[in-house]
Write a protein that binds this ligand. Sequence first.
Ligand code: GLA
Length: 730
Amino acid sequence: MRLGSFVCLLNFALLGSAALAEDPIRFIAGTKLWILDTNNSSYVFGVNEKNQLQHVYWGKRLWRDADLSAVHSFNEWASFDGPATTTPGEYAGWGSNMYTEACLKITRQDGDRDLVLRYVSHEIHGDALHVLTKDINDDILVNLYYRVYPASGVIEKHAVIENKMSQAITVESAQSGTWYMPPGSGYRLTYLNGRWAGETQLVREEVHPGVKILESRRGTTSHQTNPWFAIDAPAEKNGRVWFGALGWSGSWKFSVEQTPHQQVRLTGGYNTFDFAYPLQPGEKLETPPFYGGFSDAGFGEASRILHRFTREFILPGGLSAKPRPVLYNSWEATEFHVDDPGQRALAEKAARIGVERFVMDDGWFGARNNDHAGLGDWFVNPKKFPNGLKPLIDYVNSLGMDFGIWVEPEMVNPDSDLYRKHPDWAMNFPGRPRTEARNQLVLNMARDDVKEYTFGWLDKLVSENNIAFLKWDMNRNFSEPGWTEAGAANEKKLWVKYVGNLYEIIDRLRAKHPKLEIESCSGGGGRVDLGILKRMDEAWTSDNTEAFDRLRIQEGFSYAYPAQVMMAWVTDVPNFNGRSTPLSYRFLVAMMGSLGIGNNLNKWTNEDFALATKMIAYYKTIRGTVQQGKLYRLFSPREGDLTANQYVSEDGKQSVLFAFLRSQQYGRPAPTIRLEGLDERAVYRIQPLDGRKLAEKLETVSGAFLQNHGLNLRLTGDYDSTSVLLERVQ
Ligand code: GLA
């Protein structure tokens, strides 16, 4: 074993005494505890008398290391629940008489399946901790990696499983880790559930004894459930919220358990469904990163912690990324009927209203006139673009906009040259049916030849054209996930390898084209997670662009992801649901994210153009605050007719309020809106959009008034909406 580089048990004393209290990660030699601190939280685990890792505490920051005692495994409960079940293992292998969700389950080639992990050594490097554990008998190593983001309040963990035995093992469950809430009951679980065109609907329910599974078995993140959670302990004086998000774009699983012994634990990582990952001697398997945080100021603060963390440490541009440009997308205007003159006509009008990026959607390649053919044939359709894309791109650039294009690299239509040439590239079980969805099949990205082919054409497309942006779509989930070439024993590796290769393609593409930006789209918000967002700049929130429906979709989205990545278009009405809302309402809803326009501009009136020009100009003055500021959800669309969100810039100088009324009962005034996140001693200039008369006839007003008395925006009728800009003047 290569253990020389690790700090071994003998060095405990040294590390413990040398560590300063301000170090974000400390090992206390006397108690054998690791303390991981962020600005607002502490996470503690230790080595117990059996030399096993045991969870101790996760919650509000503690300051006195001496308050924490050495850990001891828990007693059995009669002969039915032994210590393996009652003790909160930090990263437990399945073995002994353990009945709670294990982090790791394996089968050895000879059939033995017992796995009991013991501490071996650890090392601390600033914000990073590496703990090595090993099976009691065999050289099955589990490396646990922790990283603390002190200022962000987030802790990251993942594991690397290493087979150093002389026989193969098969990993049947590999989780990134278990998060423990303090033992007790009365917790609530919040998660994001949905479907195509109805993503990220917030669900909140009590945590009950037993197990609740949140998962995707679909090969990708899914519209159905998003890999984010929050567990809160509702209380009169504080709202403690523990939350987390998994950085993985394939099948995933969270097991939320309340054990008979009042332990509340959430274990997450690769979905165990159809999972089998053989490791030959010397091979490793890495689990996805699992990010967790804590807030004692409710869900609002939990979201703000995660937003800031995502912007700083996940998104490609980090904190220095510029706010997202205002884009136009042709999809709802033209669907597949794109061609050079048609796109030019839209581009010219888009430029006039202040759009900065023009995106041509589906239909530009192969025989793509509808969704029956063409996917896989990534050459420009010569009838639609006789001289290639260059003349259109040059024209778009001459209008002062950059150019983006739609691609769906992981898919193939059976009616395509690619499929006729390489039918085996689509996922399939030979001789079995190949289930089509939207007339398409999934290319097996786990295959390295498919990966190279995909990288090749994307690289060519981006190298030969001045393309600033890709809308990367994925319009179906896996079926018949066969991978014959891998051999029967390795076929199920597809679930992991597919995503690894996908990530590799994107990473290579971005490395070669550093200015390229990418949007993650999967029939709307089917692939939004902290894994894809590490390599893509934004996400398409939902194909449902109907503004009123969007309020709920966007609210749920905002629990987990920052406004900067939440693409929101203004589109034509009547739209999904047949609903028609005013254009100003549609703009204001979309302006709470990264603004896009998806209307058929050829049908707009002069008034529409004038309104759009004004709204986009307004958006440009506030988008830094919306996209990169702090979000305060004031009124929820789930709870009444009024929805209100407020954003405060990081420097506190600007704030913007958005408010939407669904319908007013005659004579019933809309509630006064109390603002948040301001300085009570400061004075703000208030500028209602469109010179709307507020009940409070004030030009400047104190933070104390805004936060305690509040503003009455006098919203009336159906689908009224407005925005108020606040600028700190003293
Ligand atoms: C998906 C996307 C849409 C559009 C179409 C094109 O549904 O979510 O925005 O790009 O594909 O086929």
